[in-house]
Write a protein that binds this ligand. Structure first.
Ligand SMILES: [Zn+2]
Length: 245
């Protein structure tokens, strides 16, 4: 469920739920490291938060994909209130965002996600987890459920952007294969990012087991979106087909 920034495995083996990656979730404000205080001063976190909240607000106003996910959630009976369900926080630099199933909140990592484009990617990814939690009784403690929702998030967002960049001379068959490989790799990375107790092999086995079913489930976006293509707008315009306003 975390949107990870690197392939590095998280360090804390005792925290099965990855909350160590989100220090503010544990009710304590993360202490600034000496170099952060030395170079940026204490005001840095406040500035980051304001900037992050501005980007979140911008995405909810302007991003067709975020707006689509917003209406999809509403149509499924899980309406989002920006102040209640989206939180900008300081996170471990290994992750850029996350979904907290207990509080039903999306976390945007203000210290990592510094552009509207990046915030958009995080919001859509985590809102897919939120959608699955709302609509499909997602149990994130079940590794197959976790693998499935990570496959769906990678499939509908990240990998579709990446495959578009590689499209130039590749054959359609190869693109399809590359896309599926991208989704697998990304989903395995996300599973081990939030479940440090799971090995890469266990994550791979879980992803393979549910892959076909979850890869083919394109709800609620309805298509694999290519970056800077009319797909984004098209998906938003077709939302009525799925019963969203
Ligand atoms: Zn995720």
């Amino acid at each position: 469920m975390a949107t990870e920034t690197s392939n590095a495995a998280p360090v804390d083996k005792e925290d099965n739920w990855g909350y160590d990656l989100y220090p503010e979730r544990r009710g304590e404000a993360p202490k600034a490291k000496w170099w952060q205080v030395a170079f940026f001063g204490d005001g840095r976190n406040t500035l980051d938060r304001t900037e992050c909240e501005k980007n979140v607000y911008y995405c909810f106003q302007n991003s067709p994909l975020v707006k689509l996910m917003h209406s999809a959630l509403k149509a499924s009976g899980c309406e989002i209130d920006l102040r209640r369900h989206i939180a900008c926080e300081v996170c471990d630099v290994k992750v850029s965002g996350g979904y907290d199933p207990q509080l039903n909140q999306v976390v945007v990592c203000q210290n990592v996600a510094r552009s509207a484009g990046m915030v958009q990617g995080i919001l859509v990814h985590e809102m897919i987890h939120m959608f699955d939690a709302c609509k499909h009784q997602l149990d994130l403690k079940n590794i197959h459920h976790l693998a499935c929702t990570e496959i769906r998030a990678a499939n509908l967002t990240h990998c579709s952007f990446v495959s578009a960049w590689a499209q130039g001379d590749a054959s359609p068959f190869r693109i399809k294969q590359q896309h599926a490989e991208c989704v697998k790799t990304k989903a395995i990375g996300s599973v081990i990012a939030v479940r440090p107790d799971v090995t890469k092999e266990e994550a791979r086995t879980a992803v393979e087991k549910v892959f076909q079913k979850c890869y083919n489930d394109l709800e609620p976006i309805g298509r694999r979106v290519r970056r800077n293509s009319p797909d984004m707008i098209r998906a938003f315009n077709e939302r009525v087909n799925y019963g969203y306003e």
